[in-house]
Design a protein around this ligand. Structure first.
Ligand SMILES: [Zn+2]
Length: 544
């Protein structure tokens, strides 16, 4: 069973889901609340797209199953700016360390603040992959006073909070510690401030600590910690947000879901402080970039934006949804995973075309189709973005497209028609042209050397063995007439015993004379796409 169907089947059994179904169409309708969030302390890593996609798909499948639900996504703009990302000028942003990100300026003009800029960039990737949650910001939650009751409860029971931290996660807080962070009224920083002495109305605070290069101003005072002047410590905040928003389904990366981890603490906070059950959990595996986790992969190609540029919407959705939540995703833009991902998508399409029965592959393929939005932002449920995502659309393999776009003498559409065996439909041409643009982008950015080819206009300098020359002469004779890639492939294999020649030696000679390299694409196909006269002449030249 496909993972999202398995999870939704379990959610259907929860009381919250049954309540949501029973309330459907009544005055007190209460849809199921699915929620995810992301702190906007810099450019967002692709790993965070996994949460967006998992919650998004669960919301879609719940709706398909007739369970009313809303998918809320929090753009967390009330988190502290604790380090200057390496892609921003340190001297310009250092002064803002310790503030909350809604008070840090945007690195680019035209955005209200730092969080809005990186939030917009992240949201554009959601949209590309066809996920359309309802967005809200943390500052709205705090400034509207929605969090006030939960702040008050946490402060009234800070001894309970300390006990939960100690019992669940082993973290010991001193007796003065309060589960909130306060904004200094003088310098507007949060990281530099210690809060203490809750008197039922106000807390005392002192702006006098300097973690990680921050500058405290020394101000002291008392403040009512409500309406956005302070925020809860994050594990307490997590439980408070579930309560304030009535969250029923919320997963997180599996690193948060370990025993004694953040989720465990938040579960206890929700239950013991706010008297509510924690949401249905969906712990999910990591999204690795080139084998590296989010915390360690800060390099090129690891952000949601970068990864989003490598794939068209349907393939991007497959990357995000194709693996079960308990399996890792690993994409390396600088390795062969980009062509392999396109192959995965095409094979899925081929499978769906050849099978008549519904199975998990067909289910996955149908869920990769991206529903577009109209100009007002309404999701067009009955439409898909284009012919992409339709099992009837033939697609030319990305790896072949990536070679052809590097061969100026080749016509992409003509070669595609030859590979398909018939002319392309209008939709197929559009999809092919889009794919060619993605291939060119990848070749110009991340693609490793092994995928870059340059057809040698003149014969490269080299030494060939007598056996190699004999084989090339035999192939030259064969190429006096037109053959398909499949036929050439068969002929090359016959020559292994006929000449005889080791396949390695034969292919090395072919790659050398055409590409001046030791390895290359599938030889039979490659030779078939080159102009036959050129191939023939080069083979003759090489074998004499
Ligand atoms: Zn201060």
């Amino acid at each position: 069973m496909f993972w999202a169907d398995r999870i939704v089947r379990e959610i259907k059994e929860t009381e919250a889901a049954q309540r949501a179904v029973a309330s459907k169409g009544t005055a007190s309708e209460k849809p199921l609340i699915v929620r995810d969030e992301k702190s906007l302390t810099g450019r967002v890593h692709i790993g965070s797209m996994r949460g967006v996609a998992i919650h998004g798909l669960i919301s879609e499948v719940l709706a398909q199953e007739g369970i009313p639900n809303r998918y809320l996504f929090e753009l967390n703009d009330f988190d502290v700016f604790d380090s200057v990302p390496p892609y921003l000028p340190k001297e310009e942003f250092e002064q803002h360390l310790g503030k909350v990100v809604c008070d840090v300026p945007s690195p680019v003009e035209g955005y209200a603040n730092f969080a809005e800029y990186f939030g917009a960039e992240f949201v554009s990737v959601h949209k590309k992959a066809g996920f359309y949650p309802e967005y809200y910001r943390s500052t709205e939650l705090y400034r509207s006073g929605k969090m006030d009751d939960y702040i008050r409860i946490a402060l009234n029971h800070s001894d309970e909070v300390r006990r939960i931290y100690k019992e669940v996660s082993g973290s010991v807080k001193n007796e003065k510690w309060l589960p909130i962070s306060v904004l200094c009224e003088n310098c507007n920083k949060m990281m530099t401030v210690r809060a203490s002495d809750w008197d039922g109305q106000t807390v005392a605070y002192a702006c006098d600590i300097a973690p990680d290069g921050t500058q405290p101003c020394g101000h002291t005072g008392r403040i009512e910690p409500f309406g956005g002047t302070a925020k809860l410590t994050w594990k307490v905040e997590w439980g408070a947000k579930w309560t304030a928003l009535g969250v029923d389904v919320e997963g997180a990366g599996k690193d948060h879901s370990t025993k004694g981890g953040a989720r465990d603490v938040a579960n206890h906070i929700a239950k013991e402080l706010y008297s509510r059950e924690s949401p249905y959990d969906v712990p999910y595996e990591f999204f690795l970039v080139g084998g590296k986790k989010m915390s360690s992969s800060k390099g090129k190609g690891s952000s949601a934006k970068d990864m989003g540029e490598l794939f068209p919407p349907e393939v991007l959705r497959l990357v995000l949804l194709g693996k079960d939540i308990n399996q890792q995703i690993d994409v390396d833009p600088e390795g062969d995973s980009v062509p392999r991902t396109y192959d995965w998508y095409d094979e899925l399409g081929e499978h769906v075309r050849s099978e008549t029965s519904e199975d998990d592959y067909a289910r996955l393929f149908s869920l990769c189709a991206v529903k577009p939005q109209d100009e007002e932002g309404n999701v067009l449920d009955d439409a898909t973005r284009s012919a992409a995502g339709s099992a009837n659309t033939w697609e030319f393999r990305f790896s072949q497209v990536a070679i052809i776009v590097q061969m100026p003498h080749l016509d992409l559409i003509q070669e595609a028609a030859a590979a398909k065996g018939s002319s392309l439909t209008e939709d197929e041409v559009a999809i092919l042209e889009e794919r060619a643009a993605y291939a060119k982008f990848w070749l110009g950015t991340y693609a490793p050397e092994q995928f870059r080819y340059e057809l040698q206009e003149t014969m490269p300098e080299m030494m060939l063995s007598e056996v190699q020359k004999t084989a090339l002469a035999s192939l030259a004779q064969y190429m006096e007439t037109e053959h398909t890639g499949e036929e050439i492939h068969t002929r090359l294999h016959e020559m292994k015993t006929e000449v005889p020649i080791q396949p390695k030696e034969l292919f090395a000679a072919l790659y050398k004379i055409f590409l001046n390299r030791d390895s290359g694409p599938k030889a039979g196909w490659f030779i078939s796409v080159l102009p036959r006269e050129f191939v023939h002449q080069r083979l003759v030249e090489a074998s004499t």
